[in-house]
Each structure stands twice: as C-alpha cells, then as structure tokens.
Design a protein around this ligand. Structure first.
Ligand code: ZN
Length: 51
C-alpha cells in the first residue's frame, strides 16, 4: 500500500479519505514517521546537561 495516507489532526485518525470519516474535517497528508535518533539523543543529552 503506497497510497497517500491522510490524517485528521482533530481525531488523530488515519484515512485515505480527503475528509475525516469521524468529524468531517478536511484531512491533511500524513507525513511518514521520521525517526531521528540524533535529535532524540541530543534532547536527552540536553536534559542531562541541564539537570
Ligand atoms: Zn476528524
């Protein structure tokens, strides 16, 4: 399935429809989840430093 998954920001529902099946709001294209370990570790490092 390489279709464009869409996402309702209000309900956090993923759908292929242009409108949310739950609330009827226009959905936006769901961006693929990006794993950014560097950012994650950077954050933790920052927290650790700050603490
Ligand atoms: Zn919705």
């Amino acid at each position: 399935m390489t279709g464009r998954i869409r996402h309702c920001p209000a309900d956090h529902i993923y759908t292929l429809s242009l409108t949310c099946p739950a609330c009827g709001r226009p959905t936006s294209v769901a961006h693929p989840v990006r794993f950014s370990p560097m950012d994650k570790y950077g954050r933790y490092r920052r927290l650790a430093k700050h603490d």
